[in-house]
Design a protein around this ligand. Structure first.
Ligand code: ADP
Ligand code: MG
Length: 480
């Protein structure tokens, strides 16, 4: 059966290229058609199509061939966003890229400012009963521990504070709350999980929540009118850890966040939060909540210095080698990568994954030369070029198969809203234009719309590796 061979191919690609590479680039590949010895695969965007063609097509073909005798070729097309997903297995005729309207299907239409939180929370309505019965914290990742956290100058204070709190079994809260502030990929989530794991190992009751969980849980319980139970449960814990508090939005929820915080702190329960900005910059939060957050210990994790980057790389490398014993990377390559990838922990992980993929693909050892090629897309221009909003709009439109006038238009269909939000986000991060100015350049929109788009994309990037890689690539294309 064609389907079985394809399923095996995907499974093997996942195993051989690693979960990160697979979920970033290949997870959305579907088999559209298998005819005349040729397989036609489809992806949702032109961007993915060109990326896969440039990087993975040979690999896919060779893997597929070994599963399906007589296969002569593989091609990738863009599938329509509105196609019946089941059609893939029915071998519907593949549509050529030019005539499809790509775009990401998953995003809901742009909500108005007022209904942002309810809009996000509504889909969970169906789970009301479960969410109210107990407050489901997010699981802690057992790999994110203090042992696997590499300490350097930029994160030593944050690490020490978190570890001190986590090991403080039974004693009164020390710094309350501990507020960890750092940009993306600098280790906030790692540190929060480490503290949670450690405290739990010491027998303390720990709940780890992302801002989303906090909002969903609370909104769901409000709907079921058991917010009392929700609060009781929250207050019956020893350590509450909340990640990415910059995403807590919505007036009722902010208030409730404030009450919860007060109740816990006043009862001597320990709270640790992380955010990408200082408490004073959490514009969506009430002034009293901000000052409460700032009233404990605020520590910043600064950009990772080169020594720390090398340390993280070596640590990651050792972890990967445990499952890939033949994977050798010499100290010169580690030093090179630590110097070249000057961004954050996520990119360092990405670099290791690329080196591994490269070594596995070519069956050769990693040398300085191959490393340079493998991580080229992670190496930033140190001096980013000035980018024009018009160029951003054009590139994003092309990538998502919409027109620039769609982006400027009033249309609110998902296929247009997401590229528009990405373009606004890129305009904010790549140009020096103000929010009102960006709004004007996007068909005369209000600055709050731009702000909403920027937050939305920041948030999506935080949780979605594929999207964050996609946005990173768009950035690089604009800056090259
Ligand atoms: P943030 O939550 O600040 O965006 P993460 O905690 O998710 O960042 O870190 C991104 C990646 O980098 C994770 O894989 C994390 O394990 C790794 N990382 C970041 N800092 C360190 C560190 N000091 N030691 C080991 N790994 C780190
Ligand atoms: Mg995080």
């Amino acid at each position: 059966m064609a389907e079985d061979a394809w399923t095996r191919v995907k499974r093997r690609l996942r195993a051989e290229l690693g979960e990160d590479v697979f979920s970033s680039w290949l997870a959305r590949l579907e088999l559209d058609q298998l005819a005349d010895g040729k397989a036609v695969l489809s992806v949702p965007t032109r961007f993915l199509k060109s990326w896969i063609e440039a990087h993975y097509l040979d690999r896919i073909l060779s893997t597929y061939r070994s599963e399906q005798a007589g296969l002569s070729g593989v091609s990738v097309v863009v599938r329509s966003a509105f196609r019946d997903p089941a059609a893939a297995s029915r071998s519907s005729a593949a549509r050529p890229a030019k005539t499809t309207s790509g775009g990401e299907p998953a995003l809901a239409a742009e909500p108005s400012r007022e209904d942002r939180v309810p809009a996000q929370a509504t889909p969970l309505g169906a789970r009301d009963e479960r969410s109210t019965a107990e407050l489901a914290g997010a699981p802690l990742d057992a790999r994110l521990t203090f042992e696997s956290f590499v300490v350097g100058r930029s994160n030593a204070l944050a690490q020490a504070a978190a570890e001190r709190i986590a090991r403080n079994d039974g004693g009164a809260a020390i710094y309350n709350p501990l507020y960890i502030q750092a940009g993306v990929g600098l280790g906030k989530t790692h540190l929060l999980h480490a503290a949670g794991n450690q405290a739990r190992a010491g027998g303390r009751r720990v709940i780890y929540l992302t801002a989303d969980r906090f909002m969903y849980g609370f909104v769901a319980s409000l709907k079921a009118q058991t917010s009392h139970a929700f609060k009781e449960r929250l207050r019956g814990i020893d350590l509450l850890v909340i990640d990415d508090v910059q995403f807590i939005q919505g007036k009722t929820i902010q208030q409730e966040f404030g009450h919860t915080l007060n109740a816990l702190i006043d009862a001597g329960r320990q709270v640790i939060v992380a955010a990408d900005r200082p408490p004073g910059d959490l514009e969506s939060l009430d002034e009293r909540v901000r000052s409460r957050l700032a009233g404990g210990l605020v520590v910043e994790i600064a950009a990772l210095d080169e020594g720390l980057r090398a340390g993280i790389l070596s640590q990651r490398l050792a972890a990967v080698q445990a499952t890939h014993p033949g994977f050798e990377v010499g100290p010169a390559v580690v030093a090179y990568v630590a110097n070249a990838v000057a961004t954050n922990g996520r990119d360092l992980e990405g670099a290791i994954n690329r080196l591994l993929a490269h070594a596995t693909l070519t069956g050769t050892n990693v040398t300085l030369e191959t490393a340079e090629v493998a991580i080229r897309d992670l190496v930033r221009n140190r001096e980013p070029r000035r980018v024009r909003i018009e160029d951003i709009q054009k590139l994003v439109a092309t990538r998502y198969n919409v027109s620039r006038s769609d982006i400027l238009s009033e249309r609110r269909t998902a296929a247009v809203v997401k590229p528009r939000q990405i373009a606004m986000y890129l305009s904010k991060v790549l140009t020096l234009r103000s929010l009102p100015e960006i709004g004007r350049r996007f068909g005369g929109r209000d600055h709050t719309t731009v702000l909403h788009a920027v937050r939305k994309i920041e948030k999506l990037i935080g949780g979605d590796t594929a999207l964050s890689e996609e946005v990173e690539l768009l950035k690089r294309m604009l800056q090259d």
